[in-house]
Design a protein. Sequence first.
Length: 433
Amino acid sequence: MGGIEALIKKFIYKLGVQLRNKKIFANYKFLKESENWTIDQLEDYQLKKLKEIVNYAYYNSSFYRELFDQEGLKPNIIKKLEDLNKLPIIEKHYLKLKKDLNNVKTKEKTFYSETSGSTGEPLIFYRNKTWDAWHRASIYRGYSWHGVKPYEKNGYLWGFNLNNKLKTKILDVLQNRFRLFSYNEKDLKKFIKKLNKAVYLKGYSSMIYYISKYINEFELPINNLKLVIGTSEKIYEHYNKEAKKAFGRKIISEYGAAETGLIAFECEEGNMHLNMETCIVEEINNEIIITNLFSHSFPIIRYKLGDYIEIDKNKKCECGRNHYILKEIKGRVGKNIYGKQQQYPSLTIYYIFKNLAKELNIGIDYQVIQREKGKIEIYLYSKKNEITIKYLCKEIYKYFSKDIDFEIYFKENIKLQRDSKFKDFISLIEEEK
């Protein structure tokens, strides 16, 4: 019966994909071939698609035409990939202001989409059919690197709209997935029981960590999952420590954003390969700048996503793929931290806790909140530990000296939210102009 049920689920899923967007399968086939290309072939393809999207944006988006004209630029300025840096960088807040100008009418069917809004008002836009197909095919390719098919039974830890709970459940059934709708003990146990029959698990990294800790605490190991995917948040080493114990494998990173599509996926050898066939990634002052090569309905060209990253273009992965490697995602580019006399980049918090994890093997979930200048609140999601306090105080003094006062609070669990991702730094102070 199990085999027949699996075939039915596979048929329903493939039929659904065919009805939604039949281009997905053809694009997936292309990506499975191009993953064996040389770096020169990949970059030649990028240049071809870059010329197309820049030309399309200029002649179809009043937003980009106005922007290029102000800079005295024409689309034929792109002769080689390096010419991309001649184009202006787009800030997220500016794109939100001009979103109506940048939602371009196309002959293709479009799909409603929006960002999570975790850093403020969500950005609403429409994704054209070709863009949608490349995005989904890219994710499916990432699954294939780990021997997983998207239609196989899977657990899902993701936000949802309480007003559309029934619709969410129906879509989950069609995609052969199940999710956690509340975090009480009864529902946790029910979700974990279903995981014993699943092939993969996907969701917010902090939620996977939370589930892993629960599984380990009550000694409910799950050894049948082929793939555990963490997305939308950083994956800390202590997350993987719990995941390996709970599932027998680490959390694999899927990195992207609603408005950019998939940016990188971690291969079976543990390296995150850039999805070079669908986007161009630049690293400028450690910040990621994205150009999507197929976003005709909402052109994304040199878009500052808001993450700190590090790219390695020299490392050769043992998996044999030549796509450049995203070495590290360091975290969100948040608001500045205000001291009594100075300002500090939000990335400072990342380094403080990275030092604790690296040098002292202290891995801990944290959230820092600033409500007033010269003072921060530090919430540590663990049991109170004097050694942690001692070394944390030392690290804070190293970076801030006496310019910032702080208070440390310990909490047993992260308050998981249904509709947004966990943020490690929150500023309630208006930025100075």
